[in-house]
Design a protein around this ligand. Structure first.
Ligand SMILES: *Cc1c(COP(=O)(O)O)cnc(C)c1O
Length: 464
């Protein structure tokens, strides 16, 4: 009986294959090559059992092996092009870091550093020292400390200052921030008791006053960055709350969420309270994110009075929530850019994207359109369309920015816009747009010049 009688005989044995795969074994490791070959052989056995006619050569087997191993080794976390129009997209990694920050990360990650070492004194130093004076300089705070994100900052402050005690909060501020951060739940986990006061739309100073008792730990105001209550509303302004807190000898905490360090209205952007304004209004401690409007790495920043920051820093939970050296290096570089506000909008990607001129985005879309259309052929129609970008990350949800998009629709019955969106996500550099009214919108606000060629390459790859 020859192999044409028994089609399974054309499959080489695993041992025979392994003997020929010396290069692959050196590159990927013996275990991975063995397992992948086993999987391939079993797949081919199945194909043959179904009656498939295979023509396997050693080259084909090696190519298939290579492709499988390459795919299995490619990192799960990878870059993509965010053309959703949401600049600070939580699911897409929020702020893009400036080159200076990336260089600093590589630099400290490569070897030893003075992370917790005082070079002058020659002894143990303080991790926060690398960013504390920058934060103080930029916000007017007396002292500052940093943790893993703003959720951790809120948890740590409340746990330090309010564990086992009460914290009155306006019912209009009991927000949920995308995903699973809810103010009431974080308060419970921090060990303090939430005392709800006022109504969803209206809370008055007398509500706070009425809630203050012997067991009150502090007054808390949460900046409701991701939604707004309109109509018949009332909230107590920061200076009044600060005065009430002083009257009762209590700390006054503001969770700013997306605290920013520069005046947004001066940049032509929707107004958002700054950290210095919150502190100047009488907050004794303010918490905010590193990777929202600040445009830095994921971090939570706590700025405030020296006495409170010292207590927060010595909470054992601080150790569990502390920043690592790479994040600290990136944060320090981003904060340093803020010392030179006149170049900030050029050098900090988040602000660069947020302040792009709509006319420039429109011109970019017009310029790219013919090439995108050429790659897509007659199946899809591409136009330039006006659209609105969002800032994102729960920041300023109602204020959108005028922008321009490549607007793609199916041009013939046999093409499907959903399939195109899937194909663009499956590419080597996934392209993420927004589906709306049977069209794929690629908002070009975040498409920087160096991303144009990679974007076109993704369209070119579709037709290959
Ligand atoms: C975003 C936000 C948080 C959580 O900040 P992360 O940095 O995402 O952990 C907490 N409070 C408010 C008010 C926020 O807007």
């Amino acid at each position: 009986m020859n192999s044409s009688d028994n089609p399974f005989r054309q499959l080489p044995s695993l041992d025979a294959l392994l003997l020929q795969m010396g290069d692959e074994i050196a590159r990927w490791g013996r275990d991975s090559v063995t397992q992948t070959l086993r999987d391939l052989l079993s797949g081919w056995r199945g194909d043959i059992a179904q009656g498939a006619a295979l023509t396997l050569t050693n080259e084909k087997i090696a190519a298939e092996l290579h492709q499988r191993l390459q795919a299995s080794r490619s990192p799960s976390l990878r870059p993509l092009l965010n053309l959703t129009g949401t600049v600070l997209h939580t699911n897409l990694g929020r702020a893009a870091l400036p080159d200076e920050a990336l260089a600093a990360v590589t630099c400290v990650a490569r070897g030893a550093s003075n992370l917790e070492f005082d070079l002058q004194a020659g002894r143990r130093g303080e991790r926060d020292a690398h960013v504390e004076s920058l934060i103080c300089q930029l916000t007017g705070a007396e002292a500052a400390t940093v943790v893993n994100n703003n959720a951790a900052a809120v948890l740590l402050v409340l746990n330090t200052l309010a564990m086992g005690r009460e914290v009155p909060v306006s019912r209009g501020e009991l927000v949920e921030i995308g995903g699973s951060f809810r103010i009431p739940e974080v308060m419970a986990r921090s060990g303090c008791t939430l005392v709800e006061i006022g109504a969803t739309n209206r809370t008055h100073l007398k509500d706070y006053r009425g809630a203050i008792g012997d067991n009150t730990a502090l007054l808390l105001k949460v900046h409701t960055s991701n939604y707004r209550i309109a109509g018949f509303t009332a909230a107590v302004e920061e200076p009044e709350l600060a005065a009430l807190a002083i009257e009762h000898g209590l700390p006054f905490m503001i969770d700013l969420g997306s605290g920013n360090l520069v005046d947004f209205s001066a940049l032509g952007l929707p107004d958002e309270p700054t950290v210095s304004h919150a502190l100047a209004s009488g907050a004794s401690v303010v918490t905010f994110s590193g990777d929202k409007l600040l445009g830095g790495p994921q971090a939570g920043i706590i700025a405030g009075s020296r006495e409170l920051i010292e207590r927060i820093r010595s909470n054992p939970l601080k150790r569990a929530l502390r920043l690592d050296k790479m994040t600290l290096a990136a944060l320090a570089e981003v904060l340093t850019l803020y010392l030179q506000p006149e170049t900030l909008c050029e050098r900090l990607p988040t602000l660069r994207d947020l302040t792009r001129e709509p006319a420039a985005i429109h011109a970019q879309a017009t310029r790219l359109l013919p090439q995108v259309q050429a790659h897509l052929g007659a199946d899809f129609a591409v136009e330039v369309a006006e659209c609105r970008s969002q800032i994102g990350s729960g920041s300023l949800p109602l204020d959108t920015l005028p922008s321009a998009a490549l607007h793609i629709t199916a041009a013939v019955d046999t093409s499907d816009i959903g399939d195109l969106a899937v194909a663009l996500r499956a590419g080597s550099l996934p392209v993420i747009g927004r589906m709306h009214k049977n069209a794929l919108w690629l908002d070009l606000r975040c498409l920087e010049a160096q991303h144009e060629a990679p974007l076109l390459e993704q369209f070119a790859a579709l037709s290959r």
